[in-house]
Structure formats: structure tokens, C-alpha cells
Design a protein around this ligand. Structure first.
Ligand code: NAG
Length: 112
């Protein structure tokens, strides 16, 4: 039973409402958190990229990203995908897309 405590997700899962969880955050320190917000475009989907690189510190030598959580706060069918890097890399590019005519609002957490 102990195995399940503190376990969030170890698989790629894209569920309705646009939340994206990749990798795991079990016992991984959070290295980044940001709430990104972009206003809506009339009749159009808004596409934005978020680029994150682990700071080049001695403490980060050999470290890699182990978990990414993109929580959709816009209450629409927005989505977020990793397009570069990600789990096992020291950088990630996250591509976020809003619903047509809706604002883009994501809560992003990265664990490494
Ligand atoms: C993410 O990937 C899914 C499935 O391929 C696609 O439907 C969606 O539009 C993509 N989202 C972004 C932001 O690229």
C-alpha cells in the first residue's frame, strides 16, 4: 500500500479540460511554477509556447526534468503538448493552444 502514497501519475495522460500530466512528481522537487495567461483572440485559437531550461548550476549537473504538469484553468478544451525536450532532458518546450475565441490560461509545474 505504501507504494501508492504520494503517487501522482507515471504515464502520459491528456484528459478532457486540457490538463496534461507527464512523468511523475513523486519525491521530485518542483523547479518551476508559473501561471501563464494570454487574452483571447476573436474567432481564433491562441497558440503560445513556453520554454524552460534547468538553470546551468553545479547543483543541476546531470539532472533532468522528470515531471511536467500543465493544468488548464480556462475551462475549455485547451490543450498543451511537449514539442521539444521534456522528460529526461534539461529543457522543455510546451505548446499551448486555447479553444477558438477563448483565453489561454495554464498553471505550469515542472519537477526535476
Ligand atoms: C496536442 O496533441 C493533440 C493530439 O495530437 C492535438 O489534438 C492537440 O491539438 C495538440 N495541442 C497542441 C497545443 O499542440
Amino acid at each position: 500500500m505504501r507504494l501508492y502514497i504520494g503517487f501522482l501519475l507515471v504515464v502520459v495522460a491528456v484528459v478532457e479540460c486540457g490538463h496534461t500530466f507527464i512523468g511523475t512528481n513523486v519525491q521530485r522537487p518542483q523547479v518551476y511554477h508559473n501561471m501563464v495567461r494570454y487574452d483571447s483572440l476573436v474567432f481564433r485559437k491562441r497558440i503560445e509556447n513556453l520554454y524552460y531550461t534547468l538553470p546551468a548550476l553545479p547543483a543541476n549537473a546531470g539532472r533532468a526534468i522528470q515531471g511536467i504538469l500543465a493544468y488548464d484553468l480556462s475551462n475549455s478544451d485547451a490543450s498543451a503538448n511537449v514539442t521539444q525536450g521534456g522528460i529526461g532532458y534539461n529543457y522543455v518546450n510546451l505548446r499551448m493552444k486555447s479553444s477558438r475565441g477563448k483565453s489561454l490560461k495554464f498553471d505550469i509545474y515542472i519537477y526535476a
